[in-house]
Design a protein around this ligand. Structure first.
Ligand code: SAM
Length: 255
């Protein structure tokens, strides 16, 4: 399967996408000389800022996309590697596992959280942010299109659904995994986009990459055109366009 992530497309909404990153970072308790991993770090630009903000000893950013990592910044104590979160195993125990808008691409969250917790040192922290967007019209429309006779066969029956569960379950898992202190909240982020057409560009930078990488170039072009045709009439034709994006933020500290 090809790598459909594009830094140019993703960064079209750079400021809007950065806000949850910093809201998540604000939950982290900075300690001297931390060893940090940023899972699904994307271009690494925010990772480098986090590294400086925490004055970490070492920060490792991992991402599965070579395109996203291509221009990763350099700096003392900062490292980037192309790796899959699903098989990530750090050589040394970490003080902080941070992940913004990436773990919803990885299946089986109880198992994932258990594994990541095993990679933390005593007192270690986990901080995760993920969009809760499966029920939004943008995501429902993509699912319906994927299930349509035209694309079901081409996609081999694949329909993107995140492995997210409700906030209560995450709170319970964090407790059972030994996070003596925790914080779980859902934030409804609101953005003013230029027009409803921009919603397609937003979704294209993330959710739709899952369909793009499974389709040939001509089939992907048709998918995108059809998606636009189906979605746009369902959105208010207003300027600016009021776009809503609920996200879950999880933080925990081991005792
Ligand atoms: C929405 S972007 C978030 C990037 C960055 N964390 C930020 O906040 O700007 C999601 C990133 O997760 C990466 N990703 C998705 N699945 C992954 C996996 N299984 N392992 C590693 N990276 C993954 C994608 O390549 C992409 O760069």
């Amino acid at each position: 399967m090809s790598d459909a992530w594009s830094p140019t497309q993703y960064e079209r909404f750079r400021a809007e996408r950065a806000q949850p990153y910093w809201d998540l970072a604000a939950l982290v308790e900075a300690r001297p000389g931390m060893l940090v991993a940023d899972l699904g770090c994307g271009t690494g630009e925010l990772t480098a800022e986090l590294h400086r903000k925490l004055q970490a000893r070492e920060t490792l950013g991992i991402d599965s996309s070579q395109a996203m990592l291509a221009k990763a910044p350099q700096g003392p104590g900062l490292r980037f590697e192309q790796q899959d979160i699903a098989t990530f195993q750090p050589a040394e125990k970490l003080d902080l596992i941070f992940s913004n808008a990436a773990l919803h691409w990885v299946p089986d969250h109880p198992d994932l959280l258990r594994r990541l917790t095993g990679a933390l040192s005593p007192g270690g922290q986990i901080a995760v942010q993920m969009p809760m967007t499966d029920d939004l019209i943008t995501h429902q429309t993509a699912s319906e299109l994927a299930r349509s006779p035209e694309f079901r066969r081409l996609l081999g029956g694949y329909v993107r659904r995140t492995p997210l569960l409700d906030p209560i379950r995450y709170a319970a898992w964090l407790y059972r995994l030994g996070y003596a202190r925790q914080h779980v909240r859902v934030v409804t982020y609101t953005h003013l986009l230029e027009s409803r057409e921009e919603v397609v560009e937003w979704v294209r930078g993330a959710l739709l990459t899952e369909y793009q990488k499974r389709l040939s170039a001509p089939d992907w072009d048709r998918f995108l055109a059809r998606y636009r045709q189906l979605l746009i009439p369902q959105l208010e034709d207003e300027h600016p366009y009021f776009y809503v994006n609920p996200r879950i933020l999880l933080w925990g500290a081991l005792s």
